[in-house]
Design a binder for this molecule. Structure first.
Ligand SMILES: Nc1ncnc2c1ncn2[C@@H]1O[C@H](COP(=O)(O)OP(=O)(O)OP(=O)(O)O)[C@@H](O)[C@H]1O
Length: 490
């Protein structure tokens, strides 16, 4: 590791943190310099979020020293001390109050918005910040957060963190900030990060999208099993060497589906977006992997929700032949059962198959959970622990396991790889392909272009309707982007 420079605005030394038997941080040293974007990568459960929580003051370390802007704040560590020293964190799980407006949420964080006319000032400040980071964002400060798509909520959360009111702003921690954003909006954010650091601010960027890390960071820190294992200037890493440093095997470049594998089974899903005026509809055959693409929030999730409702007989305008499982991308609001164990969260869709003499067989439940822990590498000492004890990416893996462990022949996936590390992603892609070959059908909405390569066919959405259908050999980034923006797509 290179020596901390004189301009370090944050120094962490020997930070340790355990949760019961789990050692999340095993003695971490880290420095962040003024005017740099520091990329932070590592497998799911490596300790990235825990380290950031210590830095942002939301979690107390068991041991270690924390110096910010030259002050040793170890003894007074907490959110107030971090904020007073200019450290703000945008966490993976969004923290906005859903029943308040965008402007009101700005006030929750920025006490400076008080007295006469605060609502107007908070709204104007948020609008200006949103315009600066995300041009054409389409968000009104008077919008109630609960009415916004998950992508827009993430944009509001980010804009709020970059607002400067009566406290200094030195370091913004972005923990997987683009996980719900499409490529276009993600690029707007990365461009803003570069502008922010060019003006002397600092950013810690956590992401599983290694291209984003390499293109935006000045230096990259790699964590593994609660330790920092490498720190290098970004240009000294390639994608492959970064994956290797994380302890994963580099993914094969070409994941494209073999043409021979094209299924010709019967149509098991047929659905039309509510606003579709032409004859287009989404169709999926048995054994097919069908992609839903386009900019985030253009009707893809809505259609998946309608197909899910149709399977339960609640939606007459979609036709579904067979049982359906849903992998939610917004795990916070409709994914995990927060009070249940990891095992219960995985087996809940499979209880029918686990019955003996009409009762759930606990041994079979444990076996099923254990099998999935190994297949999909869920990092926990005990599957009986609460689901919220898992890192974000590991929670997402549990949702995947729930769908794949069920007997549903049709699996709907709503941007399901959010926050899953590169090594695991490759394994899950392999599982999806194997399951499709065995006759399962997948409908897969993704904001990551690379994932569309795994699909047999892709429907591109724009403004709530399907604007293009691409066959396997037509799925290129250019075609998808073209269709996403064109008024009249092919
Ligand atoms: N509240 C908690 N209770 C118990 N264990 C926890 C808790 N929070 C985190 N852990 C454990 O600490 C370890 C580090 O988790 P952390 O969230 O820091 O990982 P991460 O690198 O951010 O992972 P991801 O990429 O999945 O977000 C994991 O093994 C996790 O299960």
């Amino acid at each position: 590791m290179d020596a901390p420079s004189a301009s370090a605005i944050v120094q962490l030394e020997g930070v340790r943190k355990s949760f019961g038997a789990v050692r999340a941080l095993a003695g971490v040293d880290l420095d962040v310099r003024a005017g740099e974007c520091l990329g932070l990568v590592g497998h799911n459960g490596a300790g990235k979020s825990t380290l950031m929580q210590v830095l942002a003051g939301t979690l107390a370390a068991d041991e270690g020293r924390l110096v910010v802007a030259g002050d040793d704040i170890t003894a007074s560590a907490g959110v107030a001390a971090a904020r007073a020293h200019g450290v703000v964190c945008v966490f993976q799980e969004l923290s906005l109050c859903p029943n308040l407006t965008v402007a009101e949420n700005a006030r929750v964080m920025h006490r400076a918005f008080r007295g006469f006319g605060w609502r107007k000032r908070a709204g104007a400040a948020m609008a200006a910040m949103l315009d600066d980071i995300f041009p054409r964002h389409g968000i009104d400060p008077a919008d109630v957060v609960a009415d916004l798509s998950i992508a827009r909520r993430q944009m509001v959360e980010i804009a709020r963190a970059f607002l400067v009111t009566d406290e200094p702003l030195r370091l913004v921690i972005l923990d997987e900030p683009t996980s719900s954003l499409d490529q276009v909006v993600a690029e707007q954010l990365m461009a803003f990060v570069r502008r922010f650091v060019a003006r002397g601010g600092s950013v810690i960027l956590i992401s599983h999208l290694l291209g984003e890390i390499l293109a935006t960071s000045d230096r990259v820190v790699v964590m593994k099993d609660g330790r920092v294992v490498e720190t290098r200037p970004a240009e000294a890493f390639t994608r492959e060497s970064l994956v290797a440093a994380m302890g994963s095997v580099a993914a094969q470049e070409d994941a494209k589906r073999a043409a021979a594998a094209q299924p010709a089974g019967e149509i098991v899903v047929e659905a039309r977006p509510a606003r579709q005026a032409d004859e287009r509809s989404l169709r999926a055959r048995q054994g097919e992997i069908v992609g839903l693409a386009g900019l985030a929030g253009h009707g893809q999730t809505d259609l998946l929700v309608r197909i899910n409702a149709a399977a339960q007989g609640r939606e007459p305008h979609a036709r579904v032949a067979g049982a359906v499982a849903f992998v939610a991308g917004d795990r916070q609001s409709d994914g995990v059962f927060p009070l249940w164990s990891i095992a219960e969260n995985i087996t809940v869709r499979s209880l029918g198959g686990l019955r003996r003499f009409g009762l759930i067989d606990p041994a079979a439940e444990v076996r099923m959970a254990e099998e999935w822990r190994q297949r999909i590498a869920i990092r926990t000492p005990d599957m009986g622990n609460g689901i919220l004890s898992l890192s974000g990416g590991n929670q997402q893996k549990a949702l995947f396991a729930r769908a794949l462990a069920s007997d549903a022949g049709i699996v709907l996936m709503d941007d399901p790889m959010r926050g899953v590390d590169v090594g695991t992603k490759q394994e899950v892609y392999g599982m999806i392909r194997a399951e499709a070959a065995r006759g399962r059908t997948f409908l897969w909405y993704t904001t990551e272009f690379d994932e569309l390569r795994h699909c047999d066919r892709v429907y591109v959405f724009r403004a709530g309707v399907i604007v293009a259908e691409l066959a396997a050999d037509e799925i290129t980034e250019e075609r998808v982007l073209q269709s996403s923006f064109a008024e009249e797509a092919a």
